[in-house]
Design a protein around this ligand. Structure first.
Ligand SMILES: Nc1ncnc2c1ncn2[C@@H]1O[C@H](COP(=O)(O)OP(=O)(O)OP(=O)(O)O)[C@@H](O)[C@H]1O
Length: 270
């Protein structure tokens, strides 16, 4: 059974169609990337998966749970990276991680996790005295401290310096090696290339392509050694000329059956 199942979800905000028939499966132990230009519908889709938004139609299941109806049960197995501004200013980094740890029966050691994220000397620092990158690392700690079975990481390394990025990628690889399934929303192609088993490229509320990083490159550049960055630019650059991603990908674009099919052989929680 897929860990995350998304079936034909639709969401409008007034006249704006944010999500228009999105389908995909995320398999156990997979890092599944979500890429797309600003406004493509990524956050809306992810917030529907987290149970923060209700789709107009369609179905979502996370470990068999309905994110809205089973929200309480979902909270114990799903780790979510909070967005900026969601934390109280006058709590310390250590207090926040210990508080989040207390919500779960099992979990990571707060001090060890802070150390792995390079925050050991910031344990007693107030949230409003952390730098942007330190806050970002704290939000990753909070997403992982409950040892979730599924983690949703939205803009994982935004604002991190290159060293902190690499350390964070290594941590995420360890988390994946422990069998956690990860949904990763990112604008960084090097991050997607390194971490993701498969990537869904969103375009105007739809999934225009779903493949491995190498598979996406092959769709636009053949086997000519181009990078994912070049592939993504080729796909999205055509948009500026008025063509959609499906036009660029031509016959290589996915049909509905492809979009719904998961084919990764990820690691399984042991
Ligand atoms: N609360 C809202 N009210 C009205 N329109 C919204 C709302 N949230 C998102 N939208 C619109 O829905 C569309 C999809 O937005 P969404 O935030 O899902 O895109 P995104 O791919 O996450 O973009 P970004 O990369 O900029 O974060 C956009 O056109 C956006 O303006």
């Amino acid at each position: 059974m897929a860990v995350i199942e998304v079936r034909d979800i639709h969401k409008r905000y007034g006249d704006t169609v944010a999500v228009d028939g999105v389908c995909f499966d995320v398999e156990a132990g997979e890092i599944f990337g979500v890429l797309g230009r600003n406004g493509a519908g990524k956050t809306t889709t992810v917030e529907i998966i987290e149970g923060l938004r209700t789709p107009d139609s369609g179905l979502v299941r996370v470990l068999g749970l309905d994110p809205v109806r089973d929200h309480r049960a979902l909270r114990t197995v799903l780790g979510v990276q909070l967005q900026e501004g969601a934390l109280p200013d006058k709590a310390t980094a250590g207090e926040m991680v210990r508080l989040y740890r207390s919500f779960y029966a099992d979990g990571a050691d707060p001090d060890r996790l802070l150390g792995e994220l390079g925050l050991d000397d910031k344990r007693d620092t107030f949230v409003d005295e952390l730098s942007g990158g330190q806050l970002q690392r704290l939000s990753i700690a909070l997403a992982l401290v409950g040892k979730p079975r599924v983690a949703v990481l939205d803009e994982l390394t935004s604002g991190l310096d290159p060293r902190a990025c690499r350390d964070t990628w290594e941590l995420i690889e360890q988390v994946r090696a422990a069998g956690v399934t990860i949904l990763l929303v990112t604008h960084f192609m090097d991050e997607a290339q390194r971490l993701c088993d498969r990537i869904a490229v969103f375009d105007r509320g739809r999934i225009a392509a779903l493949d491995t990083p190498d598979g996406l490159v092959a769709r636009t550049h053949g086997r000519g050694g181009a990078s994912l960055d070049e592939a993504f630019l080729a796909m999205t650059g055509a948009d500026d000329e008025g063509d959609g991603l499906d036009d660029v990908l031509g016959g290589a674009g996915l049909d509905e059956a492809d979009r719904a099919r998961g084919d990764a052989d990820g690691q399984v929680w042991s």
